[in-house]
Design a protein around this ligand. Sequence first.
Ligand code: 16G
Length: 245
Amino acid sequence: DELGDLEADGVGPLYLRLYRHIAEAIAGGRLQAGDTILPERELAARAGVSRVTVRRAIDELVRAGYLVQRRGSGTFVSAPIGRMEQALSVLSSFTEDMARRGQTAESRWISRSIATPSPDEIMALGLRSEDRISRLERVRSVEGMPLAIERASIPESLLPDPMAVEASLYDWLATAGNRPVSAVQRISAANVSRTDAPLLQIPEGAAVLRIERVSHLPSGKAVELTRSIYRGDAYDFAVELKWAD
Ligand code: 16G
C-alpha cells in the first residue's frame, strides 16, 4: 500500500501531503513509468481524504510532469522520453521523419478551419487581404508520446478543405501537385505555455523549441506557414556545416 497515514505525515494541507506521497513514490521507484494510479474514488478511500483533495493532488502532479492523464484510460506515471536527432538541412515531413526511424507518426486534431488571414500570415504567405486560409492545429506523437504541436496555415487556393487532410499534410499537398521543395525555418527557445503544456504532457514552463517554417513551391509561391512547439527534452537538431572560403 503506497499510502501511509496522511494525518501523521507532517504539516501542510492534505492535498500537498498526498502530492508528496505520490511524488516520493515515483522518485523512489516504488511507482514506475507507465504504472497506473488508482481511480480517484479508491485513492480517496485509502488515504482517508475527500475526492476533491485527491483531484487537487493529481492535478498538481500532472502539472508538475509526474503524471499523465489519458482520456478514457486513466492516470499514469510519466515516462522519460528518448531524444532523437533531426537533420536540419533536409525538407521533410513529420510523417517521413518518423517512417525513417521505423515508427508511425500519429496526429490528434485540435482544430481545422477556414479563416481570414492575420497580417503575419498575409506577409509570410504573400496573400491579398481578401484571400482566405486553411488553419490546421494538431498534436504529433509516436506511440502515444506527444512530441510536437503544429499550427499550420495554408492558402485556401492550395487547400480548399482543411478536413481533407488525413495523416499527412505533405502527402495531401503532393497528391494535388503542390509538394513544397524549399523552406525557410527559424528556431527559437521558449518556455511552454499553460495551454500547450498539457497537450505535450510536460510541466508548465518546461523548455521547448519554437519552430516556424515557411515552405515554397518550385514557382516560389509560399505553401505553408507552420508554427510548431517541439519538446526540448525530445529533440536534437543537427546540421552539417561547410567552410565557405
Ligand atoms: C513537419 C514540419 C511542418 C509540416 C509537417 C508536415 C517542422 C518543424 N515542421 O512537422 O511544417 O507541416 O512536417 O507533416 O519540421 P505531415 O506531412 O506529416 O503532416
